[in-house]
Design a protein around this ligand. Structure first.
Ligand code: APR
Length: 270
């Protein structure tokens, strides 16, 4: 077990070994992540203690509000710049999930996160379905031109408060999905397909209260998959899960991977 896992209580350690056993036996593992997988990278979650929605009103963050007034966009860009458009690094949870991929155990990642940290941890983009977009990009709502976030950060830091598109003067918007905005349909359909065809679905760091993303573990269980939930607080799907591991993803995931590697080694030695 990695050193930090010595702080893991015995009953959780037993669940970690059971989870590793389920991953070892699975043929098609879908990992589903929410904001809780990134809090140990320094990105606040939304509904946990001190989360974003305890500091800001989500009704201010609708697509309609953003496009309806420059004053709303100026407010939004200040928050976006200081929260989503900073450079963050993957934490041990992201790195453990990437290790599952290197061990050939990962079918795909379905994420609600927009922070690009699964890509940064080394998982290829083809295996990542971003249901809520990715704020590494900013898009023009009129002509569709896309800008790397760093370019817009530079313009904001140079004093622009509501930077327009350089090509057509249209409204620029971070490429994350806002409330009231449609999810990218082809990505959602792919994520639904993988959820309905996996044999193990692992939820990491999500309250599972935002739809349609929260339908995915339901589709997986309805299609016969086993369910593991790694989360610091309870979720509506806990009673449908074979295993619920209550604790920090940055400790639990490395411990699961470590236990899995022990299993794979002993299986190869047979
Ligand atoms: N380890 C495990 N769980 C954690 C950790 C951690 N280090 N940190 C936080 N959590 C848990 C919190 O207790 C909470 O239950 O992760 C969960 C995060 O839930 P939310 O903040 O609701 O985030 P998420 O489920 O991803 O929200 C879904 O809501 O506002 C929208 O678009 C936004 O994609 C987001 C969607």
């Amino acid at each position: 077990m990695p050193k930090e896992s010595q702080s893991i209580p015995d009953e959780l350690t037993a669940l970690i070994h059971r989870a590793a056993d389920m991953v070892c036996r699975s043929q098609r593992l879908v990992v589903f992540t929410g904001a809780g997988v990134s809090t140990e990278s320094g990105i606040p979650d939304f509904r946990g203690p001190g989360g974003i929605w305890s500091r800001y009103d989500p009704d201010e963050f609708t697509y309609q509000k953003f496009v309806s007034s420059s004053a709303n966009r100026k407010k939004h860009w200040v928050i976006s710049r200081n929260m989503f458009m900073k450079e963050y690094e993957p934490n041990p949870a992201h790195l453990a999930i990437a290790e599952l991929d290197r061990l050939g155990r990962l079918d795909c990642i379905v994420t609600q996160n927009v922070d690009n940290l699964h890509q940064k941890s080394g998982v290829s983009q083809e295996k990542i379905y971003e249901l809520h977009g990715n704020t590494r990009w900013v898009k023009c709502l009129s002509c569709g031109r896309r800008y790397p976030a760093a370019e817009i950060v530079q313009r904001l830091d140079n004093g622009e408060e509501d930077p327009p598109c350089l090509s057509c003067k249209g409204i620029l918007k971070p490429d994350g999905v806002f409330f009231g905005e449609a999810l990218p349909q082809h990505i959602l359909q792919e994520a639904i397909f993988h959820s309905q065809h996996c044999d193990l679905f692992m939820v990491i760091g999500s309250t599972l209260v935002v739809y349609p993303a929260a339908y995915l573990p339901i589709y997986a269980v309805d299609a016969g998959a086993s369910l593991i939930i790694v989360n610091m607080t309870d979720t509506p799907m806990d009673s449908n899960a074979q295993l619920v591991l209550r604790g920090k993803a940055g400790e639990i995931l490395p411990a699961i991977v470590d236990s899995l590697k022990t299993r794979l080694r002993s299986r190869n030695d047979e």
